[in-house]
Design a protein around this ligand. Structure first.
Ligand code: SAH
Ligand code: SF4
Ligand code: F3S
Length: 439
């Protein structure tokens, strides 16, 4: 009988996509996907360390496997991703979970195949973590299960060193993929029928900034959107310090590019932005929103915000609230600041007490939810184009997203997955829309 794999993924879209590459490697070894974790012969954890709770999640779930491993000693448990790449974490994992069989890092997941072979031969724990990133590996073709959506890496790593962030330490320096690989990948995806392509990078705007690609992000986006076919293009994440008009001009040129920009602001206070080493001001950020909307009035913006960063005063926090109202974000991911070892912010004085952080996050979440709900209500009676992605068994409805990422549910007698459908919105429930197909 063929052996089976199960992958547990934490963290960002980049990691979700990396798990598709890990799946591809496991299939190459000869495994097939397990129907549930209990049926697996190998379980791979692809971890995240962006905030403490991401790590606690992984610790909890890995710990829970001890019993399974006792029951089935042949079960292989592999842990990789950003956590194993973090200084000192591998030691902690090793001590805490002696039953882990394989450990690899975010920078060498391509080696998993050889590590599995070694594990099967040597019978002892195999650990292989690389300190620095090597050349970009182009030979692992992801095993995608996300039809009709597909993610495509354009850069890896990050050079920005925002003072709170661990990504540059665990993902290494920024590397850009060669445009010919990216374009060939998108072309092939479109030929296979994928309808939504999302270009991924920690800061897509700095694509090719090291001169290695002969192309800027705007030029790459133009080339991707120029590929023939019926599909949408998204990109994330944009960094406000580098977000420029040339990108918006390319958006204007191609209707294929969704009118949505994910532009994390992090804080509305210039003092805090400076402490965060974000290298833009509130005014610059608002100027970019104005530039975007002057060219594309229908454009929507989503963002990430951190509250309770060291030294954040009530006044600073209120500036974030005011900015949120002013920009009128379509939605926002909101986080409580979490100190990360090795980052500058973790050693800063005046860390904000937990009760104050909690109070601010609750107020901000309430504000963001109210804005999102109000935006949903504006959809009532309108007709929107949805890319149907899935079928919700519980609801008995198909679902998909409009270009702004809004979820829309609808009924259909025939399978619509992978099709663009026009929906007349009849109900707006919080962030979800419900509608009927119109021809
Ligand atoms: N490269 C992207 C985002 C990377 S991480 C960018 O520059 O915006 C995703 C989000 O996690 C960040 O935007 C930030 O809001 C949040 N984040 C990162 N480090 C954090 C920390 N130490 N504590 C709380 N939130 C954090
Ligand atoms: Fe982290 Fe800043 Fe890089 Fe984003 S740009 S990954 S927040 S260091
Ligand atoms: Fe992503 Fe988490 Fe790593 S957000 S890059 S998986 S630390």
């Amino acid at each position: 009988m063929q052996e089976k794999y199960h992958i547990v993924t934490y963290g960002c879209q980049m990691n979700v996509h990396e798990s598709e590459k890990i799946a591809s490697i496991l299939r190459r070894v000869g495994y097939e996907q397990a129907p549930t974790i209990e049926n697996a012969d190998i379980i791979v954890f692809n971890t995240c360390c962006i905030r403490e709770n991401a790590e606690n999640h992984a610790f909890g779930n890995i710990g829970a496997l001890k019993k399974m491993k006792k029951r089935n000693p042949r079960l292989i448990i592999a842990v990789g991703g950003c956590m194993t790449q973090e200084k000192g974490k591998t030691e902690i994992l090793k001590k805490k979970f002696p039953f882990i069989d394989i450990m690899f890092g975010a920078l060498n997941f391509e080696e998993l195949e050889t590590l599995i072979v070694r594990k099967k031969q040597e019978k002892k724990r195999v650990i292989e973590i690389r300190e620095a990133a090597g050349e970009i590996v182009e030979s692992v073709e992801p095993y995608r299960t996300s039809y009709p959506n597909a993610w495509v890496n354009i850069t890896y790593g990050c050079n920005n060193f925002c003072s709170y962030c661990i990504v540059p330490y665990v993902r290494g320096r920024e590397r850009s993929r060669k445009p010919e690989y990216i374009l060939a990948e998108v072309r092939s995806l479109v030929e296979q029928g994928y309808k939504e392509i999302t270009l991924l990078g920690q800061n897509v705007n700095s694509y090719g900034a090291d001169g290695s690609t002969g192309m800027s992000f705007a030029e790459l986006l133009d080339a991707v959107a120029s590929i023939e076919g019926n599909f949408r293009v998204r990109f994330m994440t944009s960094h406000p310090k580098d977000f420029t008009e040339d990108v918006v001009r390319v958006m204007e040129k191609h209707r294929k590019i969704c009118r949505l920009v994910h532009l994390p602001v992090q804080s509305g206070s210039n003092e805090i932005l400076r402490e965060m080493n974000r290298r833009y001001t509130r005014e610059k950020y608002l100027g970019e929103i104005e530039m975007l909307r002057s060219r594309l009035p229908e454009a929507e913006v989503t963002t990430d915000i951190i509250v309770g960063f060291p030294r954040e005063t009530e006044e600073d926090y209120l500036q974030t609230e005011a900015l949120v109202k002013e920009v009128d974000f379509a939605s926002a991911f909101t986080f409580v600041y979490s100190p990360r070892q090795g980052t500058r912010a973790a050693t800063m004085e005046n860390q904000v007490p937990e009760d104050v952080q909690k109070d601010r996050i609750m107020r901000l979440v309430a504000l963001v939810n109210a804005l999102t709900r109000k935006k949903s209500e504006k959809y009532l009676g309108k007709t929107v184009e949805i890319l149907c992605e899935d079928y919700d068994e519980k609801k008995g409805l198909y679902l998909g997203r409009d270009e702004f990422g809004r979820m829309g549910y609808f009924q259909s007698e025939t399978d619509k997955i992978g099709e663009f459908v026009r929906l007349k919105i009849t109900k707006a429930n919080g962030i979800s829309l419900y509608g009927e197909i119109v021809e």
